[in-house]
Design a protein around this ligand. Structure first.
Ligand SMILES: [Mg+2]
Length: 190
């Protein structure tokens, strides 16, 4: 799978490591007086959300959330420790995000605050697909489309359960709801 070096695990940032859609729901409530919960979100990129607000407005708030980095909780409090274990086991762990490089300053503060140490932090921008990162061996993401494309290339995909992917089944893919489960899977793959 890898090219004789450490296997590379890419972890998605939003809603795998950091719970950003929770704060997004709060901001939508404040700005638009619309009550929305994560369970109502059909897609992590906010497609198909019929709440009477145009998607560009919703995406603008999604871009804003990292400026409030100190209000973003971990999705799983075990994530920092599991990432540390994976690196000690020999994996190269990178964060692969569809966010813009402008968010780096906030994300770095958040990672430090949460004691998360990774080998690399990559910001791809909204329109790049993660499957195009050929060096990555294993992808952990809550976006079923990203995982599907990645697995189609014969690589290992781990879908992190969130309300918007619960109904989707992606073939030849692991599904997890915690970082402990990620560790159990990756312990067997190395
Ligand atoms: Mg995500």
């Amino acid at each position: 799978m890898s090219r004789g070096e450490r296997k590379i695990v890419a972890i998605d940032l939003d809603n795998v490591l950091a719970d950003t859609l929770g704060l997004w729901c709060e901001l939508v409530q404040i700005r638009f007086k619309k009550t929305i919960t994560k369970e109502m979100i059909p897609d992590p990129r906010l497609r198909g959300l019929r709440i009477g607000i145009r998607r560009p407005h919703l995406l603008r708030i999604l871009r804003e959330v990292w400026t409030h980095w100190e209000r973003l909780p971990l999705v799983d409090k075990d994530a920092p420790l599991v990432i540390d274990h994976l690196r000690k086991r020999g994996y190269k762990v990178i964060i692969l995000s569809s966010r813009s490089p402008e968010d780096r300053i906030y994300v770095e503060k958040w990672l430090k605050h949460n004691r998360i140490v990774v080998d690399e932090l990559k910001f791809l921008g909204f329109s790049t697909q993660k499957k195009d990162h050929k060096e990555v061996d294993i992808l952990i993401d809550d976006d079923a489309r990203e995982i599907e494309e990645f697995v189609r290339m014969g690589k290992v995909g781990i879908l992190y359960t969130q309300p918007w992917n619960k109904q989707i089944s992606v073939r030849a893919t692991y599904r997890v709801s915690s970082f402990q489960e990620i560790e159990e899977i990756l312990d067997k793959l190395i």
